[in-house]
Every structure is written in structure tokens, then in C-alpha cells.
Design a protein around this ligand. Structure first.
Ligand code: ADP
Ligand code: MG
Length: 701
């Protein structure tokens, strides 16, 4: 069966008909033969063994029994009624029970005929019963396509209520294989098949649905998973190549005075090797003719800001402007104050624009941007406003990417007639597998090394009942001149309960840490920006020793003297948030601590999160655990989960296959970028088909 034939609507398959077709469409999204063939089983069960009734075990899992139905009756129960059948073989009898779909069962069951039934048994009141068994007449059973392992397909309650049981799906599938004569067009090149020792498409499809044995099943799964991931990678890499050849960027050909003078005279520390490598990657990219679209990953505190600054210098050295966009006003201000110092030394003009910037300042910014006298603009999404026009924007940097959507990225693109180069910096590392599948079309730079001399933050978990000890510890640290963060969860901006927790906490801290000996700051989302800034500033200047806050301080704040991070109700935070918060300490020379406070009531997931936090400081490792706990869709948000909606592969479990797939896709496109050779024709054809019927590109701007 070729790809065109596979696009036949499912209605046309013998045994389906309009009603079933409708259900298959609505419940499982099966519209065509192709969709049906790609309905991959969730699992397999052993149907080679037949049990006698007297062999059933009380703990039995799924069993298969041959026998006859001798009696069928309705039994009233609290709500509605159930249908009960007596089923017997020559060793005894059991009950079959239906709570739903009774009409259909009553009409279709044939008394005193041999059936093969299959299902889970319950032991109750001295008898076995089997709710909602799968049933097949023995004569049909003997004729049907048998295999050692029987596929169990995804289903829904509605489907089983309407009689589309697993057995029915099986039969429909069988019919499709009969029409196709078990012959499906190959979709992978001969070279790749032989190099990777993959089984053919036809063999793989047959064995995924009707496995002959374990070995063939495993080979079928491997081949189909590889194929799925391979074509996604092929699409992503092709997108990247098209992007590079079609979208011209400004070539930043020289590295000039700003960059060099800064590097030689003002750089306050030696760059780590990872920073050097990444700057080199960015420089090469900016120097080419293509527009850069690069993702810069690095753990909290790995020094991404300096990389951003030096990249902006390259833009300036080539006569362009640059901007840096951050998710919050606090973080923008932090960046601005940090970078302003260096810019002053170099005579570079830099300004900040946030939503609270006043009108006259705004006017000045707009003007100087348009006449080109302003070199660097820092700010929040306020930068995206249409009124913000650059004379010649050459590089746009986005800090903390996941807070911004794709739409914002494309707005930045339009800030110049030729799109500026774009550098995206992530706040938290993204697991490799996820980065490959979701950002596979971006180029990637990774800072995998922290600046020297950092002492890893010591992290402990304490129960609320130990609060007094924790307070004593805080007092000792303050005695030594350190500063403390105490963070409360604010899961929803509007949650009054969360604010109450925060205010209660604040009051009890003020009671225990009373003036004038102690000064306590508080910052939360309901405060006016000026009030927030004032409190932040007092803490930054060391005028207060304790900062009580919600997660508004989460991203990027830099107070090197703060050495203790206390996270209240830590069980309510996600892993990446906990890691981000912990990253606020450990920035100075002193030993730092992170204390995770929780109640005694902990879910299994919370336990894993707390255990992970106390075990490791490595953001990449934490990101992997996070991915396992939450799943890819949750981490990337719904917007991007489409691409992760895989049919058979699983980017967490099949990460090795994913890496293989990416490697081969890259190699093939390197040798034959247009897939124009005869050996790659099959890849090109399949690729075109896939892009026609299933476009995975719409998830990225
Ligand atoms: P992040 O990657 O989380 O944005 P930052 O850029 O804020 O990290 O850097 C964290 C701290 O480390 C800053 O105080 C910065 O000045 C310092 N830093 C960055 N690079 C180095 C380096 N190579 N050596 C020493 N300190 C560094
Ligand atoms: Mg940062």
C-alpha cells in the first residue's frame, strides 16, 4: 500500500462503516488508513495460554478461558442494573459482568456456543467474576490472525461502551493488513536500513500490530521509533538550513575597539573556558552572512551576562545597536546597573525602558534610538512596543527565554528591515533531549562550567517543627554579617491565601527579628514598583538583613552578600523554581545555604524534588529529573507540546534513539542538503508527504 492509498478515509475500510468511522475519528483522531496503521499499541499481552476455570488464581492478572455462556440475567443494584452471565467449562464456572453497554451485549451474545473470553478476574464471595471481558466465538478465534503477543490499543470509555473493544480494533487492523497484502511502501533509504540493520517498513508494521515473537517486536519498535524521531530531526535541521540560506543577516565582520578594549582593560575576571568557547561560537555566527538564531544555555550563575555584553559590543563595533530584554523590571534594572558601569568606561550610551518609565524619559529614549545616539537599550517587554524604533538594531538578546513566547521573538525580528541577530539565554538548563526536540532548529551554545572559586550551596530539608533552630541559625549568620532571603510561594498572583501566608510569615519574622537590631525588607507582587525598588535597594545596599519575598525575586537578582536562602512551603515549588531560587545565594566568597522548609505532609513527587535538591547543584541534572517528573508538555507549555505529541517514541525513554536519529539526519543533510541523490529519494518523498499532512513547523516563529 503506498502513501496515497493510505490517505483513504477510514470509512472505506471493510467492517468500519459510518458509525464506527465517526467514533474512531472523534475518540482516537483516526481519519485515514494511515492514522489507523499508526495507532500503536500501548502494550502486549500473552494470548498463547488458555486457562481452565479451576486453574484461576485469586491474584490472577489477565487470563484467557474457553467455555460457554449458559445463562444471562439482569441484576438490580443501587443505581441501575448490571448484566451477569454464567460462563462455564468442564472444570467449573465463573460470572461475567457488564455495567455498561448492556443492550449491545444482550443482543449479540449467543448462548451455549463456545467462546474464548479474556480479561481480569476478581475473587468475591467464593466465585470468580470477570467484568467487561473481551469475547470472541471460538470458531472466529481460530480463524483470526494469531500471534504470541496480542496488542492492546489505546481506547476510551465511549469506544468500549459502543462496542468498539480491543478485539474489534484488532479485527479492523487485520482487515487493513489484508487489503494492503501486508505490504507497505518503504520510507527509509536502503543505505540507512542496512547501516542501522533496521527491519523493513512492512515487517515493522506487521510486527508492531501482530508480533510474531519478542525479538521481532523489539526490532519493530526500534525501527518505528527511529523513523518517527528521524523525520522530526530532518524537518528541524532542514528548517535551520533553509533559514541560514534564505534569511540574510548583517555580517558583523570585525571585532573592534569596544570588544578589544573591554577584553584587555576592563574585564573584571578571567573568562572561563566555557565562556570563551561560547563567545567564539557567537562571533563566528555573527560574522557569517546568515541571521543568527542561537540558544545560550548555562546554569544559574554560570556567567551568561558577560557573554551577552561582549556580544553586544561586537554589534556596536560594526555600527549597530543592541538590546537586551528581560522578563521583569527588577531584573532589567539589575542588568542595567551592572552593565552601565562597563559602558561608561567605554563611552557607550545605555538606557533602560520598562513600563513605569515616565513620558519625558521615554521621549528621550525614542529619539536617541531613532537618531542612533543610543547604543544599548535594556528593558522588559516594553521594548516590543511599536513606538520603540531603532535606527539600526543589529542584535537582540532575550534573557530567560521561557517567560517569553514565540510571538515576542518575531516582534523583535521586525525591529529592523533585515532581522537582527537573536540570542536567547535560558534561565534554567533544558534537558538535552528536550532541547533537541523543541529547539532543534536553533543553534545551541552551552556554558557547562561555573566560574572558579564558587562554593557549592549546602542544601538541607527541614520540617516546620524545626523552625526555632532555623531562626537561631539565621541569627548566627546575620551576626557574621550575612544577609538572608525568606521566600514564600505565590502560585497565583491573585491568591489571597498565599498573601496571607506571606504576611503572617512576615509578621512572625518581624516579631522574632525585632528592630533596631534587625531590619527586614518585604517585596511582593502587589506592591507598587517604586515601593518594590526601594525595598530591593535597601537590601542590595545591606541596610536590611532579611528579605521576605515571594517569587518576584526568582530571576536574576544579584546580592553577593546574601548567603542563606530559606524557602517556605518548599513542597509547593517546582524543581526549576527551587533551583532558580537557590541560585540567588552562593554568589560571594562565603559558604552559602539553602534551607527547604516543609510540613510533614509530602507527596511522592515532592519527596523526589526535595531529595534531588539536597543531592545536587547541577542544573542540567535537575532539569532531567524535572522532565521525568512533569513530562515534556508541562515543561514547555501547551504551545510547544504539539511537536512532542509523538506516536510511538518517548523523548525521555528513547533518548538514545533520538540522539541516533539526530546524528544520522545531520550526516545525511550534510552530504546531500537537498536530498537530491537517488539513494535519498525515498527520504525526500516521505519528508514531503509528512510536511504535507502533518506540519510540525507551526510551533516556532
Ligand atoms: P547567569 O548565568 O545566572 O546570568 P551572571 O551572568 O549573573 O550569571 O553571573 C553570575 C556572577 O558571576 C556575576 O556576579 C558575574 O560577575 C560573575 N562571573 C561571571 N563570569 C565570571 C568569571 N569568568 N569569573 C568570575 N566571576 C564571574
Ligand atoms: Mg542571568
Amino acid at each position: 500500500m503506498n502513501t496515497n492509498h493510505l490517505q483513504t478515509p477510514i470509512d472505506y475500510l471493510k467492517g468500519v462503516g459510518p458509525n464506527r468511522a465517526d467514533l474512531l475519528r472523534k475518540e482516537l483522531g483516526i481519519h485515514t488508513y494511515q492514522d489507523l496503521i499508526n495507532l500503536f499499541p500501548n502494550r502486549y499481552i500473552d494470548r498463547t495460554r488458555y486457562y481452565k476455570v479451576n486453574q484461576l488464581q485469586r491474584n490472577s492478572t489477565e487470563v484467557q478461558v474457553i467455555g460457554t455462556i449458559t445463562n444471562l440475567k439482569e441484576v438490580a443494584q443501587k443505581r441501575g442494573k448490571r448484566l451477569v452471565a454464567t460462563f462455564q467449562d468442564d472444570t467449573g464456572q465463573i460470572e461475567l459482568v457488564w455495567f455498561r453497554g448492556q443492550k449491545w451485549i444482550r443482543e449479540s451474545i449467543k448462548l451455549n456456543k463456545q467462546y474464548v473470553i479474556f480479561g481480569k478476574t476478581n475473587w468475591y464471595n467464593g466465585t470468580f467474576s470477570m467484568p467487561h471481558p473481551e469475547m470472541e466465538l471460538l470458531e472466529d478465534h481460530e480463524k483470526s490472525l494469531r500471534s504470541a503477543m496480542q496488542a492492546v490499543y489505546p481506547s476510551t470509555e465511549k469506544l468500549s461502551n459502543k462496542g468498539i473493544t480491543n478485539r474489534v480494533v484488532h479485527k479492523i487492523m487485520q482487515q487493513l493488513f489484508i487489503e494492503a497484502k501486508s505490504n507497505f511502501s518503504e520510507t527509509i533509504s536502503v543505505q540507512l536500513l542496512s547501516e542501522l540493520k533496521l527491519i523493513s517498513k512492512s515487517e515493522a508494521l506487521f510486527n508492531i500490530h501482530f508480533p510474531k515473537n519478542q525479538v521481532l517486536l523489539a526490532q519493530a519498535q526500534y525501527r518505528l521509533k527511529f523513523e518517527e524521531l528521524f523525520y522530526i530531526q530532518l524537518q528541524l535541521i532542514i528548517k535551520n538550513l533553509i533559514h541560514k540560506s534564505k534569511i540574510k543577516g548583517f555580517p558583523f565582520t570585525k571585532v573592534g575597539d569596544n570588544f578589544n578594549t573591554f577584553f584587555k582593560e576592563y574585564l573584571p575576571f578571567d573568562l572561563t573556558n566555557a565562556q570563551k568557547r561560547v563567545i567564539k561560537e557567537i562571533r563566528q555566527d555573527l560574522g557569517s552572512n546568515a541571521q543568527m538564531n542561537r540558544l545560550l544555555q548555562g546554569d544559574v550563575g554560570s556567567g551568561k551576562t558577560i557573554v551577552a555584553l561582549m556580544s553586544m559590543f561586537i554589534a556596536l563595533d560594526n555600527g549597530f545597536q543592541a538590546c537586551l530584554m528581560a522578563p521583569t523590571a527588577i531584573l532589567s534594572a539589575q542588568h542595567y546597573h551592572g552593565l552601565q558601569e562597563y559602558c561608561n568606561q567605554l563611552n557607550i550610551s545605555i538606557k533602560i525602558l520598562v513600563s513605569s518609565t515616565n513620558t519625558s524619559e521615554r521621549r528621550k529614549i525614542h529619539e536617541s534610538l531613532e537618531n542612533g545616539s543610543l547604543d544599548i537599550l535594556i528593558g522588559t517587554h516594553a521594548l516590543l512596543e511599536d513606538k520603540v524604533k531603532f535606527k539600526n538594531l543589529g542584535l537582540a538578546i532575550i534573557d530567560e527565554q521561557h517567560k517569553f513566547g514565540v510571538a515576542q521573538r518575531s516582534k523583535l525580528w521586525k525591529k529592523n528591515t533585515t532581522p537582527p541577530h537573536i540570542l536567547i539565554m535560558t534561565a534554567t538548563p533544558i534537558p538535552r533531549t528536550l532541547a533537541m526536540s523543541v529547539y532543534g532548529d536553533l543553534d545551541m551554545s552551552i556554558i557547562d562550567e561555573l566560574p572558579p572559586g564558587r562554593k557549592p550551596v549546602k542544601t538541607v530539608h527541614r520540617f516546620d517543627s524545626n523552625r526555632l533552630k532555623v531562626f537561631r541559625f539565621i541569627k548566627d549568620e546575620i551576626q557574621k554579617g550575612r544577609q538572608i532571603y525568606i521566600v514564600y510561594p505565590l502560585i497565583q498572583e491573585s491568591s489571597t491565601l498565599d498573601y496571607k501566608d506571606l504576611m503572617d510569615g512576615y509578621e512572625s519574622i518581624v516579631r522574632d527579628f525585632s528592630q533596631p537590631e534587625y531590619q527586614v525588607s518585604i517585596v511582593h507582587g502587589k506592591m507598587k514598583p517604586e515601593a518594590k525598588d526601594y525595598e530591593m535597594q535597601r537590601f542590595v545596599e545591606g541596610k536590611t538583613q532579611i528579605m521576605v519575598a515571594t517569587t518576584v525575586i526568582e530571576v536574576g537578582v544579584n546580592v553577593p552578600n546574601a548567603s542563606v536562602m530559606i524557602i517556605e512551603s518548599a513542597e509547593r515549588f517546582g524543581l526549576s523554581q527551587l533551583h532558580q531560587l537557590r541560585g540567588r545565594v552562593g554568589r560571594g566568597a562565603d559558604q552559602s545555604y539553602c534551607i527547604l522548609m516543609t510540613s510533614h505532609k509530602l507527596s511522592n513527587d515532592s519527596k523526589v524534588r526535595l531529595e534531588t535538591m539536597t543531592r545536587t547543584n547541577d542544573g542540567f541534572e535537575i532539569a532531567e529529573v524535572d522532565l521525568k517528573l512533569r513530562g515534556p508538555g508541562d515543561i514547555m507549555g501547551t504551545q510547544q507540546s504539539g511537536v512532542l505529541n509523538l506516536k510511538i517514541a518517548d523523548i525521555i525513554k528513547d533518548r538514545d534513539i533520538l540522539q541516533h536519529a539526530r546524528f544520522y539526519a545531520q550526516r545525511i543533510l550534510k552530504q546531500d542538503p537537498n536530498l537530491s541523490s537517488s539513494e535519498n529519494k525515498v527520504l525526500l518523498d516521505t519528508y514531503k508527504q509528512l510536511s504535507k499532512y502533518k506540519n510540525i513547523w507551526n510551533y516556532i516563529g
